[in-house]
Design a protein around this ligand. Sequence first.
Ligand code: ZN
Length: 273
Amino acid sequence: MPKSIDRCLTSADAAGYKLLAADEPPAFLEAGRQGQSNFVIVVDHASRRIPARLGDLGLPASELQRHIAWDIGSLAVARRVAAELDAPLVAQSYSRLVIDCNRDPKVASSIPTVGESIEIPGNVGLSDEQIAARRSEIFDPYHNHIRALLDERLAAARPTILVSQHSMTNIFRGVRREMHAAILYNRDRRFAGLVLDMLRREDDLRIADNQPYFVSDETDYTIPRHGEARGLPHVEIEIRQDLLHDEAGQADWSRRIARALRDAEHAFMGASA
Ligand SMILES: [Zn+2]
């Protein structure tokens, strides 16, 4: 049975509504801030953690393990890639079901009431205070931190290439996805196109070009705000989650992504020098 969920507040406790307890992790984790790489790696959907105050959002445990809650394997790959490249890593600590950190908070699906096709009871009928807390305690600290990191690098005249690491389900609404990974972008294909070329050097891999979806202002936040708006070269990478279930798969894909990023960087810097 789903645990009870926190939906009904009196106006008295709403004013002091706090989502995260003192013993819960901060909104993001960071590693390698002093890394020497030109890359900065971010992971919007790294975790399936739900703040204790929200219980299980009214969902069965099996749903909270699935891709609707997080990008399975994305953090494991990003950690390895960041270590390999000596790049800073910033990753969200809470589930996209609490608030989607790759979506503008103004968009209705920022706090999703449906995941794939299942209703999320704990996200229905939220008060303004509950919505504001999800943003101020989870969304804002993560993106403010990325902003500060990028500002710091700009002030130090350090080049930055932004990498947004995700994973995607292999079966979406009953349809099996054939591609192993996908390279996504919107207005600026400069760097993404190079990463695509590098990954496609392996003949047996199917790497999709802006499929099964693409970056947009409606469906994304990280690349539009931190990449495009700043004019930073960037790429969003999706890897099929079933390829990342074990350590061997994570290690394989980390090596592949790190190599493609490094080679794309050389090509890009060579071209822009
Ligand atoms: Zn994702």
